[in-house]
Design a protein around this ligand. Structure first.
Ligand code: PGA
Length: 250
């Protein structure tokens, strides 16, 4: 595997990084709207993008930024959780973003965690097909797990996978245990875009904030591309950047 020289931008704070990315998103939405075209975003859950979503809501309210030409695809969803489950990413995204902006409901896409076992393979293919029909993802937003995962592409994930069923790592289950009221309640599997899906986006911005991310960010920026640390795959993309606050900087 080749080494890489992944770009990163250092911001004074997580707020500043989130505002910069929100401004970039707003520019794309407006320039596409001027051409009567849609803008397609790949979205992430977790605590990291919360400030970004708050800033997008602010731009909608304060500047009238409209999301009617926006199409979104979320990275992942827990398998076995119906959309109405309080820990589903469907709920997370509606509570933290979609309920507060003027997205068209039909333009919102998250993998459906209640997909029946026998339909999973065709469901994953249909998710990919939908992304292709939307014209592909213009900008994919990522977080990074403490183990280097992107989406639910855990250490060991190969780079050629598209949307698929993934097993959650022990660390990921441990980290989710509190919000689920115990590790035994955390679903063991998820539907996730694969590394190949992520790398197909035209641009990728990975957000990482806070001291607890500094070590994995340092490794992701300096180590060779390897399945052991899936965030290193981002280094294989020609237009990808890590947006970091001071605390997460290597
Ligand atoms: P976090 O999760 O934003 O809650 O730190 C990131 C991730 O696991 O991808």
């Amino acid at each position: 595997m080749p080494t890489h020289a992944l770009a990163h931008r250092l911001f004074p704070s997580a707020e500043a990084a989130s505002e910069a990315l929100a401004a970039e998103i707003a520019d794309l939405i407006r320039s596409r709207a001027a051409e009567n075209r849609s803008a397609v975003f790949g979205l992430a859950t977790g605590s990291t993008p919360l400030r970004l979503y708050a800033e997008l809501i602010h731009l909608h309210r304060a500047q009238g930024l409209s999301f009617t030409n926006v199409v979104t695809y979320n990275l992942d969803e827990y398998l076995g959780l119906p959309r109405g489950h309080p820990e589903s990413y469907w709920q997370f995204m509606h509570f933290n973003l979609f309920d507060h902006i003027d997205m068209r409901p039909e333009n919102i896409h998250l993998p459906d965690g209640s997909t029946a076992e026998e339909d999973l393979a065709s469901y994953c293919e249909a998710y990919e097909q939908s992304i292709r029909e939307a014209g592909g993802i213009d900008l994919q937003i990522l977080g990074i797990g403490h183990n280097g995962h992107i989406g639910f592409n855990e250490p060991g994930s190969q780079s050629d996978l598209r949307t698929h069923v993934a097993e959650l790592s022990e660390m990921t289950i441990r980290n989710a245990a509190q919000s689920f009221g115990g590790a035994e309640h955390v679903p063991g599997r998820a539907l996730t875009m694969g590394v190949r899906t992520i790398l197909d986006a035209r641009r990728i911005v990975l957000l990482a904030f806070g001291e607890s991310k500094a070590e994995i960010v340092r490794r992701a920026l300096t180590e060779e591309i390897s399945p052991d640390l899936p965030a290193t795959y981002v280094g294989a993309h020609p237009d990808a950047s890590f947006y970091l606050d001071q605390a997460a900087a290597p």
